[in-house]
Write a protein that binds this ligand. Sequence first.
Ligand code: 5GP
Ligand code: ZN
Length: 103
Amino acid sequence: MEEDCLFCKIVAGDIPATLVHADDRAVAFEDINPQAPHHVLIVPREHMDSLNDVSKGDESLVGHLFRIAAQIADQRGIGDAGFRTVINTGPEAGQSVPHVHVH
Ligand code: 5GP
Ligand code: ZN
């Protein structure tokens, strides 16, 4: 857990969020300021600032985040209609929370 990291605090349960998925490696919760009818954030439990910090050993973890996105879309009945997954990396891409997350 990284000091002063908002998403580490959500993962730890220290800051409330509407959880939609939790497992040993990742947590998913509703975005507080949704930009779409379904706007979920999927984060690894382990802190990493951004995609720039993802190492070879994290490849399966990053794949896991996208599988959770597809699973949530399927649960919500929108998997076939379609959904978009986004990772913003760095300030010029609009990353505002430095704990890697899939929208
Ligand atoms: P970014 O801009 O880093 O790609 O995405 C950060 C996202 O986190 C934004 O969509 C923003 O609405 C969301 N967010 C910021 N603070 C909170 C919070 O306290 N709780 C939740 N659930 N989402 C948050
Ligand atoms: Zn963190």
